[in-house]
Design a protein around this ligand. Structure first.
Ligand code: 5GP
Length: 121
């Protein structure tokens, strides 16, 4: 599937809609989630046009991949989340309920985050 250049995170990257930015480098932008699920809920996105982890790791350059994942760690450290712990999560595709079709990593912290995954009903 072709990357949708009108997705909301592409618009944030182009500066067409605002975000509450916490970090930026050449390869990544991090900002607060608009609907936080934890006291700390940050999103880290690569600057290139990738839909999910699989095409990011298939198509991005080594510099993009390194710059992005180093940024994720930096964001977690700068959020003060390391000592108490945090969750790093990426929803990819329909079964994972990915809502925004631009690859992103969630960082959750600031409370006990509970079990790892929803169990079947
Ligand atoms: P997904 O389900 O795709 O992994 O998560 C998408 C996330 O993007 C959700 O947690 C949602 O609250 C967040 N989100 C959607 N639209 C916006 C927006 O315009 N600004 C910000 N900061 N977050 C958004």
């Amino acid at each position: 599937m072709a990357y949708d250049t009108d997705n909301i995170f592409a618009k944030i990257l182009r500066g067409e809609i605002p975000c509450d930015k916490v970090f930026e480098n050449d390869y990544a932008l991090a900002f607060r989630d608009i609907n936080p699920q934890a006291p700390v809920h940050l999103l880290v996105i690569p600057k290139g046009p990738y839909e999910a982890l699989d095409d990011f790791t298939e198509k991005a350059t080594d510099a993009e991949i390194e710059g992005f994942f180093r940024a994720v760690g930096t964001v977690a450290r700068e959020a003060g989340a390391v000592d108490a712990g945090y969750r790093f999560l990426a929803n990819c595709g329909p079964d994972a309920h990915q809502e925004v079709s631009h690859f992103h990593v969630h960082i959750f912290a600031g409370r006990d985050l509970g079990g790892m995954i929803k169990r079947p009903d």
